[in-house]
Ligand binder design. Structure first.
Ligand code: ACO
Length: 349
């Protein structure tokens, strides 16, 4: 039975570098605090008027498509993962289809935040296994810089995120021990409000009866978007950092072990682990738990921050470009994030 292999990877990060020292100009924070808690030294921010989530995706996709040895007209399905779409609707998939002058192919948007790329890969793999499509473009792209609170009020969230895009082309392979071996997806909505952007939305306080931290739903009207929401900064993401940390360090190793067990493999068989770049401390904890050496885990959060759905494809592309992923290597992609959702994909390069 055919399954998918990664035929090409691409990435794009904006030119504009924003260091921790730059952020100090807008909020009460420090390079030491950010480095120590997250590992981040700098991130990239997209051009205000010149770049969008979709335009960055176009750049990453061009490279992935070229490396796969095909043209945009050969792509027969798009799966686009993002939490920062150009529009509330339609999704970025159709904007990418238009911008790259592709045929009238299907375009699916995936809203699984930090796990978006792993979910997208899994969906694309199933389409290839079923024989429905032969060239699928899978993209993760984020323009976080447009939706963060850069005042001291928002510092615990805004210092973490950066902009960028990554893409891969999936094609069928008949080689049994190569390509995507298996994918594993999970969710637990119990803590949906622990890492979320509530507004704009249609919830009208239905789900958030119990205020979390400084979020007070009683102060919000029933409206989709109101002046008071903006005045109270309730249109920015909320994160209960310690709750996310505690769950992430359990679920990351668990879902990696699930992938290894499903294929009769052990942590020592992994040649390269590419964890979602949530936070360097989380990645280091996972590395330690699995007993992996430094050369078996790829981290680049230090220079790009957390780029959510884009972080895995960016890291995958960079690791491959640096020669750290070689043919027949066992590569594990793993993610955890808002939802909570988490997942893994195990592949033989
Ligand atoms: N600069 C300086 N001080 C800050 C900043 C900042 N940017 N942000 C918060 N602080 C302060 C707080 O106000 C608090 O001050 P106080 O003690 O006077 O009240 C103090 O630092 C400690 O705050 P905590 O929130 O307890 O800090 P913590 O040690 O938990 O670190 C962090 C926060 C880094 C968010 C941590 O909880 C964490 O790593 N959580 C995991 C969340 C994560 O990685 N999210 C990534 C995005 S989601 C994903 O991709 C899965």
């Amino acid at each position: 039975m055919p399954h998918a292999k990664i035929a090409g990877t691409g990435m794009y990060v904006p030119e504009h570098v924003v260091t921790n020292f730059d952020l100090q100009k807008y909020m009460d924070t420090s390079d030491d605090w950010i480095r120590e808690r997250t590992g981040i030294q700098e991130r990239r921010f997209a051009g205000r008027d010149t770049e969008t989530t979709t335009t960055m995706a176009v750049e990453a996709s061009k490279t992935a498509i070229e490396r796969a040895g095909i043209t945009p007209q050969d792509i027969d399905f798009i799966v686009f993962a993002t939490l920062s779409p150009d529009y509330y609707f339609p999704g970025c998939g159709v904007l990418l289809q238009r911008a790259m002058k592709m045929r009238e192919i299907g375009a699916l948007d995936v809203r699984n935040q930090c796990s978006g790329f792993v979910y997208a890969i899994s969906v694309a793999d199933q389409f290839i296994r079923s024989g429905m499509y032969k060239n699928i473009l899978v993209v993760g792209s984020e323009k976080h810089s447009f939706g963060l609170d850069f005042s001291t009020r928002g510092r615990s969230v805004s210092v973490i995120f950066g902009d960028g895009a990554g893409a891969v082309v999936l094609q069928p392979t008949e080689e049994e021990d190569r390509g995507i071996l298996s994918t594993h997806l999970h969710s637990d909505g119990e803590s949906a409000e622990s890492l979320a952007m509530y507004n704009p939305g249609t919830h009208a306080n239905h789900w958030v009866q119990q205020p979390v931290a400084d979020f007070n739903p009683a102060e919000i009207g029933d409206m989709f978007m109101s002046h008071s929401m903006i005045d109270k900064a309730q249109n920015f993401p909320y994160m209960d950092g310690p709750a996310v940390f505690k769950k992430a360090i359990v679920k990351f190793p668990e879902v990696i072990m699930e992938a290894l067990d499903a294929n009769g493999l052990k942590p020592g068989d992994i040649d390269m682990l590419i964890p979602h770049q949530a936070n360097l401390r989380i990645a280091q904890f996972v590395q330690q738990k699995l007993g992996l050496s430094d050369d078996k885990v790829y981290n680049n959060i230090q220079k790009y921050g957390n780029t959510t759905a884009a972080s895995i494809p960016i890291a995958l592309c960079e690791a491959w470009e640096a020669g750290k992923i070689k043919p027949a290597d066992l590569v594990c992609l793993a993610s955890f994030g808002s939802g909570f959702t988490w997942g893994s994909a195990l592949l033989r390069w």
